[in-house]
Design a binder for this molecule. Structure first.
Ligand code: BGP
Length: 473
């Protein structure tokens, strides 16, 4: 199944292995809806919306989302029709454990069993992620990820999921983008509980890493037959210049935003640059004896890479305000590269080569850990305007976006990267955190008034890519 790139005078063929994973990624809160049905408890998104609905785009909550809870059978049938062989979703912790711990909700077991079995019946392999930003409110009230008790509760949740579904689900992830709840909830005020405090942020990050290692340990102790990993949003850090000050700034940003989770997850260690910053700031987390051995001993089998945009970094131009709370940006400035390509809707730079740089870095410096592109995608505001008379969105920009990222993925494969698949964010347009339905990402459009699904041009194009194990152009 070696990849080959065939060059003729007119065309280049990007051929992927026949067992490559093609599919999409999603999360419970963003897709299920039924937030107050089926015995589900409140999570932080339900609660925060009740407190501050104006923090959500157009005041739209996740209560309905795209109603996968009720429509999963037709949605999975559509995945099959579009040729997908894998699908990543998450288990809502507060659906399975309405109080976060204790009593298991039987209706949730039935629902997730139905989803898993339906996927398998359609020859689509289920990939399950355990935590995707959705802390049960009962546990947030007990300190959320700041609390060691909540780490224990998470391990209970993880063990229960493995016991219930591990016979059929062979690919598991402990967390999706664990740095995002740290940034959103404890540094930059875009997730509940809206704290801005570096030391508390570090404790949350540390407990997330520890919880991941404990879940991996539990998975292996149970003798489960599959593989387990983590999904990280990797944002390759590029210095403005080769000046030592810019290089140092870029290395620091990399240590804080990437290696903080990548190193412990893959290597079982923490980067020295990061520890130095934490020590300088008096922000070392509380740890217990044995924790570091546990993290070292329980590294991942498989890495999911979410890649959307790079980070361009330069040396700090001015001294930070000593009275303001410490933020990572006290150590470097971000930099807008002249001429950069942008997604004008989401305000994110598009830099396709970033995916290659990530994969080669993993190959060279992280033991060529098995990995896949677990999220990549293009959010577009007002996508309705690209709707054709037949009702389908003509999203050629998304096709270009995916194709260019796939070309760089292919090049990394040819150079020996251990990349096993590509998942778009996301299958069908879904609710997205404080942006609600502002940016649409799916292969399938969703009419929020009717919940009607319409396959976009990119969904049909991707089917051809899967059928041909690649593309020619
Ligand atoms: C990732 C998350 C997803 C999804 C995606 C798109 O960070 O894992 O949950 O939301 O980004 O981002 P957004 O919806 O904010 O545009």
């Amino acid at each position: 199944t070696n990849p080959t790139e065939t060059k003729t005078s007119a065309a280049v063929t990007y051929q992927f292995p026949t067992d490559f994973w093609w599919g999409t990624a999603s999360s419970a809160t963003q897709m299920e809806g039924a937030a107050f049905e089926g015995g589900k408890g409140l999570n932080i998104w339900d609660y925060w919306y009740m407190q501050q609905p104006n923090r959500f785009f157009n005041g739209v909550s996740a209560t309905e989302a795209s109603n996968f809870y009720h429509l999963y059978e037709q949605d999975i049938a559509l995945m099959k029709e579009l040729g997908h062989n894998t699908f990543r979703f998450s288990i809502s912790w507060s659906r399975l454990f309405p109080e976060g711990v204790g009593e298991v909700n039987e209706e949730a077991i039935t629902f997730y069993n139905n989803v898993i079995n339906c996927l398998i019946d359609h020859d689509i392999e289920p990939f399950i992620n355990l935590y995707h930003f959705d802390m049960p409110m009962a546990l947030q009230d007990r300190g959320g990820w700041e609390s060691r008790d909540v780490v224990d509760a998470y391990v209970q949740f993880a063990k229960t999921c493995f016991e219930l579904f591990g016979d059929r689900v062979m690919t598991w992830f402990t967390h999706n983008e664990p740095i995002v709840p740290v940034e959103g909830g404890y540094l930059y005020d875009f997730h509940y509980p809206n704290v801005v405090d570096f030391k508390r942020a570090v404790q949350v990050a540390y407990h997330s890493i520890l919880s991941s290692a404990l879940a991996i340990q539990a998975y292996r102790k149970q003798g489960q037959p599959g593989q387990i990993g983590i999904i990280l949003n990797l944002t390759p850090s590029y210095p403005r210049s080769q000046h030592p000050a810019d290089l140092k700034a870029s290395r620091l940003a990399d240590a804080i935003f990437n290696r903080s989770f990548l190193d412990p997850s893959v290597l079982g260690t923490f980067p020295k640059e990061l520890i130095d910053v934490l020590q300088e700031q008096g922000a070392m987390p509380e740890m217990q004896p044995g924790d570091l051995d546990l993290i070292r001993a329980n590294t991942i089998d498989l890495l999911g890479i979410n890649y959307y945009q790079p980070r361009r970094v330069k040396a700090k131009a001015s001294l930070p305000n000593p009275d303001a709370p410490f933020l990572p940006e006290n150590l470097f400035d971000f930099y807008e590269m002249p001429g950069r390509k942008m997604n004008p809707y989401r305000g994110w730079e598009i830099y396709e080569q970033g995916v290659y740089d990530i994969l080669i870095n993993l190959k060279d410096n992280y033991g060529n850990i098995p990995c896949f592109i677990s999220e990549n995608g293009m959010g577009v505001e007002g996508e309705e305007r690209y709707r054709d008379t037949d009702g389908s969105v003509q999203d050629d920009y998304r096709i270009d976006f995916i194709r260019e990222h796939l070309k760089w993925t292919h090049r990394a494969l040819e150079e020996g990267a251990n990349v096993k698949g590509y998942h778009l964010w996301t299958f069908m347009d879904n609710w997205s955190w404080s942006n609600a339905y502002k940016n649409r990402y799916g292969f399938v459009g969703v009419d929020l008034a009717t919940q009607e699904r319409t396959v976009k041009k990119s969904g049909h194009w991707f089917k051809q890519v899967i059928t041909n194990h690649g593309f020619t152009e």
